[in-house]
Structure formats: C-alpha cells, structure tokens
Design a protein around this ligand. Sequence first.
Ligand code: SF4
Length: 277
Amino acid sequence: MMQIMRATHLGMCFGVRDAVSLALEHADAGPLTILGDLVHNPTVLEALHAKGIAVAQDVTTVATPTVMVTAHGTSERALARTRALGLTIVEATCPLVRVAHRAVTSLAREGYHVVIVGRRDHVEVRGLTGDLDDFDVVLDDEDVLALEEHPRFGVAAQTTQSLEKVRHVVALIRRRFPQSEVRFVDTVCKPTKERQSAAIEMARQADVVIVVGGRSSNNTRELVNTCAKYCARVHHVQNEAELDPEWFLDAEVVGLTAGTSTPDEVIDRVEARIRQQ
Ligand code: SF4
C-alpha cells in the first residue's frame, strides 16, 4: 500500500492568499486590471479571469481606471510612471516583499553596492532594483565571478530563493573580495524557509516526490531543486492531469509539496489522483 506524505508546510502563502482576495474584492467594486501575473499559477489566473479581471503585462495597455500591483511588489519609479498615466493603483505587495525593499533601500543609503541574489528577469527582482542606478543581480557562481570589486557590498535576496543557495553565493562573494566589506541581509521570507525545510524533511523519507506548482513559479522550481538533492525521483506537475502512473511503480512513500502560489484544491486533486495509482 502506497503511503502519501505531505510536507508539513506547503502551498499557498499568506502573501499570495491576501493578494488574491484583494483582487477579488476590488473586482466586485469596479473594473480592474492586474499588472503582470498576480501569481504564477494557471488555476488561480483562470479564477481571476472568470471574475472579469484583466491582466496587462505593460502599464500602457491598461484599459481600466484601476490597476493592481501584485504581491511581488514594484519600484517607486514604476509607481510614479503608472500614476502619471492617470491610473489609480491598488497595491497587493506582500509585507515580506516590503521588508526586502526596505533592506535594499537602507543598504543603498548607507553606501553599499547592492547585490541581489535572484533571477534578473523576475518581477520581484525588477521591483527591488527599480529605484537603484547601480546594482548587480547574481544567481550562480559565474555571476559572482563577473562582479566588479566594490569596497562595500550589500547583499539581499529575492524572497523566494533557497536560503542555502543564497548563503553559498554570499560566501563566494566574501571569498572573491577579501578586501571588501560584505554585509548580508537575509530577506528570504519565512513561508519560503518553512516550505524549503519541510520539503527536505519529506524528501529524505520519500521514494518519489511530487512538487505541484506553476511552470514559471520560482519558488516551485526551488522546491524541485531542493527535493532532488534528497530524493532521486522528483517530478514537477501543474495539476493532476500531468501525473504519469509510471512514476509510482514500486514506490512505497510518495512525498507531496507545493509552491507558494498553488491553491489547496489543486494540491488536494493531485493527492486524490496519486491515491488512485
Ligand atoms: S512567497 Fe513570501 S514574500 Fe512572496 S508573497 Fe509569499 S510570503 Fe510574501
């Protein structure tokens, strides 16, 4: 009999949950456009679409008087540009993204050269760096090798990065620039940390691990990478339809975790389908 083990922390974080409710509330009050993907999850996006909420990737194409900034946040410069177009802004920025913004602002104010550990093209990282004129974004060892020397580095992280990876990058920067002062502010958010450590705990005991989440969700990908260090059979699915029965051959314990933008119903449906294998 196959046993299913859910990670003790998984799925949607309070930041995304609150942003989705805020969008639904505002949609009841009047037409709303969300700037970018509120969450990187197709199921949630469909629910918003069903409510008549529009999504625009560029502020110049917004056709409603009100726009919503997603939980990922944005820069002051981008907010000013949006206001200049005469749009009303609803901010669904997660409080923990705001913590990261404040960390970056004070590092820059104190004269540190800001380095963000994260994905250069991710909306949160663009928001974190959007008010800076000079900064770097690094993700792997090669990026660190390409850095130029600065007397003082101020390092912060995209909130959904794995803390293990971030610490590795910080250590590398310290080793590469022994003459420089390197200050690190840990801005990885608590829900991400909890999901990462619960995933490790679960993956250690599982024969097969299923990670549920949007294909382009950063924290889901991080969960996949983390689990792969502890379990050889890790699969990433967006929903139950993507499960392949062959994955479960001879598996006694199947571990289950999900990224922070994955709704509970999707996790439940995946679990139910695994039980049928
Ligand atoms: S992943 Fe963390 S920072 Fe991002 S919305 Fe969720 S709680 Fe907030």
